[in-house]
Design a protein around this ligand. Structure first.
Ligand code: GRF
Length: 227
């Protein structure tokens, strides 16, 4: 008994082994970074946070938490191709198993998407395939839908498409404003993005004919709902 390390040290050892067996993550952001924060706080192995905006609010949180940060400003490049090449260089320096787009507001070139095919994941604030693109909450309110939500999906060349890993649904309530609905959806984003990334990091996702299957016990959580 005397030779066993104290319980907390044992936990740390287990966690370390667990983490080193997982795919590491580079997160790419453009702004606030609340999804990035949820991913970091979930304990997933985040190697670096990269932003195309130098004063993106999320960078401060990453720095404060000892995570490497890099800025690749799209404005400094003459073309999308040139920007994407520099961004890829910054990502590859960290050799991640996963590239997680979290509020990254740039359209990516086909070449960039292919480079990370099968290991680049995005969160989108709608129940895809409804409302790809911008202003999803406004459009949902204008259409009078009763259910809205968010989607975590693999990134493919077609914008906001790609195999769906997890979704969460929220009700659209009478009197909802765009901001109120966005906040309700965002709470669910913070639940499903870390969950979906964990499944992928643990090699628990199988993609067949564009359909994602999750292996294991908590797979039913691929649809979360506060309805
Ligand atoms: C989120 O709603 C995300 O789904 C969308 O952009 C927003 C980013 O928010 N792609 P944050 O930067 O993660 O706070």
């Amino acid at each position: 008994m005397g030779s066993l390390p104290p319980a907390r040290a044992q936990d740390a050892l287990t966690l370390q082994r667990y983490n080193s067996a997982m795919k590491s993550i580079v997160i790419v952001i453009s702004g606030r970074g609340s999804n990035m924060r949820a991913i970091v706080e979930s304990g997933l192995p985040v190697e670096a946070v990269i932003s195309n905006v130098a004063d993106a609010a999320g960078l401060g949180f990453a720095r404060d938490n000892g995570i490497a940060t890099e800025v690749v400003e799209h404005r400094a490049f003459p073309s999308r191709e040139a920007f994407d090449a520099e961004l890829a260089g910054a990502i590859d320096r960290h050799a991640p198993g996963i590239v997680a787009l979290a509020g990254f507001m740039r359209i990516l070139t086909g070449g960039f998407v292919h480079r990370y095919e099968g290991r680049m994941i995005n969160i989108h604030p709608s129940l895809l395939p409804s409302y790809p693109g911008l202003h999803t909450h406004r459009r949902a309110l204008e259409e009078g839908v009763k259910v809205h939500g968010c989607t975590v999906h693999f990134v493919t060349p077609r914008l906001d498409h790609g195999p769906i890993i997890a979704q969460a649904a929220v009700p659209v309530l009478p009197g909802d404003t765009e901001d109120a609905l966005a906040a309700r959806v965002l709470r669910q984003e913070h639940r499903i993005y870390p969950l979906a990334l964990r499944w992928f990091a643990e090699d628990r996702l199988i993609v067949e004919n564009g359909i994602v299957r999750v292996k294991g016990q908590d797979a039913s959580q691929a649809l979360l709902s506060e309805l």
